[in-house]
Design a protein around this ligand. Structure first.
Ligand code: ARG
Ligand code: ASP
Length: 719
């Protein structure tokens, strides 16, 4: 026993030694990694990265909007993020006559900078380990509900007092390591954030969906914004009288460039990873969930493509939808392939065998952890069919635009028949919905959605087991047997396809009008699906996922005890993290080697593929290319565009600063390679690379392409 146990521990150590570069670390605790970072070449200290006593690099970084990162690059509140992160704002300022997406935008004076209602950026003021506080009254024998209640009570009171500490302060408490630790994050939130500059899409989105998630990459994926504050440098709602915000810290920009092996650091807000899930969860992901979701999106995308290729108006209307659907679709395909290639299920099973042996090695461990793995197996078994229904609900039911549109009406319609409902609230909700309706129809094309409906209903009918189907699906097929014909009928009858009628009914929403919605075939179909889901799936699904969360709390705690020398990083949860690694190419498959950087030569090469609409660079860019007019940004007669490195990143890291060993900005993170996309579940330094836009390409575009030199003069460049 002892000997096998030692062998097991030795292999654990070996497995994890190889995993340098993996991890998204907590800024406040980065001191624990600093020796490792310095060994890789990092020249700064932990205090330089995160400090509450002096300004530190964290003060130059913001969470941008809901799901991206941005960083300050001037003393006057200038901020850089990705083009795809600023996309909604750039789009919202675009009209047919003044299309900022197509033409790009460069504010020549401060007065030209464009406000963006609703857009917020968050600075992390500080974070605190509040584990002992929130768990203060929690006991091991306590019921889960009671435990959660106590944790929430403390969290709310901490948040309440933190919010009062400063203007525009917000706070959140988040579980880490599956609820074994808790941290509080105090943010200062700014809401006057103006658009300053963006290249045309033919640069900012060069390569489009064709190149998305793919290396080699040539996307100039950046946009510029400026944070405005009141006269006291505090957050304030938009006002023409606001002034550029003076940050505590902004990043200096290095034009030195990168070499293979150079240290790099990514400092940003990764959204979600699942590093500690069991083999059962990985199995469910790659053998059920991903394949079904991919298949459903294949069907939707091929319908989009068919219409978009045939009709230019539809092509514009569906561009953003297509990009959104294709982004996750392509990632899931890469993720499944990557996890299969790594034999992730097998590796997780190995770890679980070690865990089982470890847990069996002592009576107290056995009591604490011995029961876990069989429970995981049982829960995931029961979860599988329910999770299939949830996937079909999200992808097939809500994938039909009219069904998801109808779902928006549910609350309001039930309020109409609720005698106790507040009439003022009802009016407000109805006004909001009318606004939503107008937006919805701007980009809606009935013919497209009708086909999507037919295809999604058929898929649900054919691939979800009978006992998980609402009865009406059976009834409908018996009557029809032809989903397209059925779709034709429903789409010709439904009021939800008629924007004028929908708005008229909403405008005077009494019970008669509400009944017209409720009796509508689209609303009925939505209600049948949703009713079935709520009666037969939802409750048990959440009981199981809640129970799994508790199991993970024990499991992650056990893993950490089993491997006391391993440094565990907590899964991403949209809080600020540091990842570090080195610049370098890799071999994605046999016989192929990827170089670590790309240049403008590749833009020219891609532009020669004249049949690919994603590969049409602006004429002016190609003129600069032909003239080799690269200014001071050239290297060996060409211009660097992007590079890859081994930093562990995920969705939300888009726009994150990529720093060199001295903490200078060398690029802006925007994607991962396709062969890397399994890193949310399992990281492998042989295949995992984040993609960074080289800051010299950014400077070149601002300087030579756009001639926006006034912006350059705000920045501090170092050699
Ligand atoms: N794959 C990147 C990310 O997950 C970029 C997405 C935007 N670009 C696109 N072509 N859809 O956000
Ligand atoms: N493109 C992603 C983002 O927008 C980054 C990634 O998933 O690597 O955050």
């Amino acid at each position: 026993m002892r000997k096998t146990f030692l062998l097991i521990m030795l292999s654990v150590l070996l497995v994890f030694k190889a995993m340098a570069d993996e991890g998204m670390w907590i800024p406040m605790l980065i001191g624990k990694n600093i020796a490792d970072m310095q060994r890789l070449g990092f020249k700064l200290t932990a205090e330089d990265l995160y400090s509450i006593n002096k300004s530190s690099l964290k003060d130059a970084i913001v969470q941008f909007g809901g799901g991206c990162t941005g960083e300050l690059i001037s003393a006057e509140g200038l901020l850089i993020t990705n083009h795809h992160c600023g996309y909604p704002e750039i789009q919202s300022h675009s009209t047919v006559d003044n299309n900022l997406l197509a033409n790009g935008f460069w504010a020549t004076t401060r007065a030209d900078e464009l406000p963006n209602p609703g857009l917020k950026v968050r600075f992390l003021v500080r974070m605190d380990d509040v584990t002992n506080l929130v768990l203060k009254n929690v006991t091991p024998s306590m019921a889960e509900k009671e435990r959660q209640k106590l944790i929430q009570e403390v969290a709310y009171s901490l948040i309440d007092s933190a919010k009062k500490e400063g203007v525009g302060y917000e706070a959140i408490v988040r579980p880490f390591y599956s609820g074994n630790q808790y941290f509080m994050f105090v943010y200062q939130v700014f809401e006057d954030v103006r658009l300053v500059g963006a290249p045309p899409e033919s640069i900012g989105k060069f390569g489009g969906d064709t190149d998305n998630w793919v290396w080699p990459r040539h996307t100039g994926d950046f946009s510029l914004f400026r944070i405005y504050a009141d006269k006291n440098n505090n957050p304030a709602p938009y006002s023409p009288g606001n002034v550029p915000f003076k940050p505590k810290k902004f990043l200096k920009i290095s034009t030195k460039g990168v070499k293979e092996g150079d240290f790099t650091l990514v400092y940003g807000f990764p959204g979600r990873t699942q590093q500690y899930i069991t083999s059962h969860a990985v199995n469910l992901l790659i053998n059920q969930s991903n394949p079904h979701k991919i298949q459903l999106r294949d069907a939707r995308l091929s319908i989009f493509n068919r219409f978009m290729n045939a009709n230019d108006t539809i092509a514009i209307k569906y561009a953003a939808k297509h990009a959104r659907v294709a982004n996750a679709w392509k990632k899931w395909i890469g993720e499944t392939m990557g996890l299969n290639r790594l034999n992730a299920v097998g590796k997780k099973q190995e770890l679980e065998s070690m865990f089982a042996a470890w847990a069996a090695s002592k009576p107290d461990l056995k009591e604490q952890y011995g029961w876990l793995l069989p429970k995981f197996a049982a829960f995931y078994n029961e979860l599988a069919p329910l999770s299939l229904v949830v996937d079909y609900r999200n992808e097939a039911v809500y994938g039909v635009e009219l069904l998801s549109f109808a779902s928006r009406f549910e609350r309001l319609l039930s309020m109409v028949f609720d005698a106790n409902a507040d009439r003022g609230k009802l009016k407000e909700q109805s006004d909001n919905l009318q606004e939503y309706v107008r937006d919805f129809f701007k980009d809606f094309e009935l013919a497209v959605d009708k086909e999507v409906f037919a295809s999604m209903m058929q898929a649900y009918y054919e691939r979800v087991p009978r006992e998980y189907q609402p009865d009406f699906l059976q009834r409908l097929t018996e009557q029809q047997g032809n989903w397209r014909k059925l779709a034709g009928q429903i789409y010709s009858q439904t009021v939800f396809a008629d924007s004028v009628r929908v708005l008229t009914l909403l405008h005077d929403l009494d019970s008669t009008n509400a009944k017209e919605f409720i009796n509508d075939p689209i609303f009925s179909i939505y209600s049948e699906f949703e009713g079935f889901y709520r009666r037969n799936v939802q409750k048990r699904y959440f009981e199981i996922t809640d129970s799994l969360e508790i199991l993970y709390r024990y499991y992650v705690d056990g893993l950490m005890r089993m491997q006391p020398d391993k440094r565990f990083f907590p899964d991403a949860n949209s809080t600020l993290r540091i990842a570090y690694g080195k610049v370098g190419g890799f071999s994605p498959r046999d016989g192929v080697v990827y170089n670590f950087y790309t240049t403008i030569d590749g833009i020219y090469e891609k532009s020669l593929q004249r049949d690919v609409p994603d590969y049409v660079p602006p004429k002016r860019l190609m003129e600069l290319y032909q003239a080799k007019d690269f200014g001071p940004y050239a290297v060996n007669g060409t211009l660097p565009v992007a590079f890859i490195a081994t930093n562990h990143t995920t969705g939300g890291n888009s726009g994150s600063p990529v720093l060199d060993a001295e903490g200078n900005l060398i690029g802006v993170n925007f994607d991962r390679c396709w062969e890397s996309t399994m890193s949310d579940v399992m990281f492998d330094p042989n295949y995992c690379r984040n993609i960074t836009l080289d800051i010299r390409y950014v400077l070149f575009i601002i300087d030579r392409f756009a001639g926006a030199n006034h912006l350059l003069s705000e920045m501090v460049l170092v050699q």
